[in-house]
Design a protein around this ligand. Structure first.
Ligand code: GAR
Length: 208
């Protein structure tokens, strides 16, 4: 059974998609061991609470230095003894020691087709604003392993979504979530839980 820890900062619709997929059996061999948020007001925490999932908040605001936060945050993460960490809209920089410790055991969902519209400063609605400003006709989402860079780790799954005439960033964000994010994030977890993802020479491969 894959023990999964989900890290969140906001609304938690991706967390909800994972919860629903585990409940309905779309994701197998997986237990959501816990949820950690950096933001005590994140609705994601309520979603976890409603489903009886252990949850807690560890906020940089509660510590006098980043080092101290990183230490407490890592302790909280390790406390769940996760096999897999899922960044589901988590907007805090991951401590380098944690990246090292959980290499190939930590994944992130990003709301674009990497390498487009990713890297520093591209998160949440900003990604969709940039895509519309560039006039692209196809957008999408990516699930990738987390490495030292921003959105640079091995890509596991991607799904494309069409831009429609008159899209606003909000409308496009919702379509990308519905058609791509909420599908490929649970799918990636299921693949990992069933030993179907392999990383070789910096590339991720899905085994058939
Ligand atoms: C999602 O669109 C996710 O892809 C994005 O934040 C949103 C969180 O929504 N993540 C990033 O931009 C990371 N660079 P949610 O809290 O409703 O799942």
């Amino acid at each position: 059974m894959l023990e999964v820890l989900v890290l969140v900062s906001g609304g938690g619709t991706n967390l909800q998609a994972i919860i629903d997929a585990v409940d309905s059996g779309v994701v197998t061999n997986t237990r959501i061991a816990g949820v950690i948020s950096n933001n005590k007001n994140a609705y994601a925490l309520e979603r976890a609470e409603k489903h009886g999932i252990a949850n807690l908040c560890v906020s940089p605001k509660d510590y006098s230095s980043r080092e101290e936060f990183n230490e407490k945050f890592m302790d909280a993460v390790d406390g769940f003894r996760p096999d897999l960490i899922v960044l589901a809209g988590f907007l805090v920089v991951i401590p380098p020691a944690m990246i090292e410790k959980y290499r190939e055991r930590m994944i992130n969902i990003h709301p674009s087709l990497i390498p487009a519209f990713c890297g520093k400063g591209f998160y949440g609605l900003k990604v969709h604003e940039a895509a519309l400003a560039r006039g692209v006709k196809v957008v999408g989402a990516t699930v990738h392993f987390v490495d030292e860079g921003t959105d640079t780790g091995p890509i596991i799954l991607q799904k494309a979504v069409e831009v429609e005439q008159g899209d606003t960033p909000e409308v496009l964000q919702k379509r990308v979530m519905e058609q791509a994010e909420w599908k490929i994030l649970p799918r990636a977890i299921d693949l990992i839980a069933n030993g179907k993802v392999e990383v070789r020479d910096g590339m991720a491969y899905v085994l058939s």
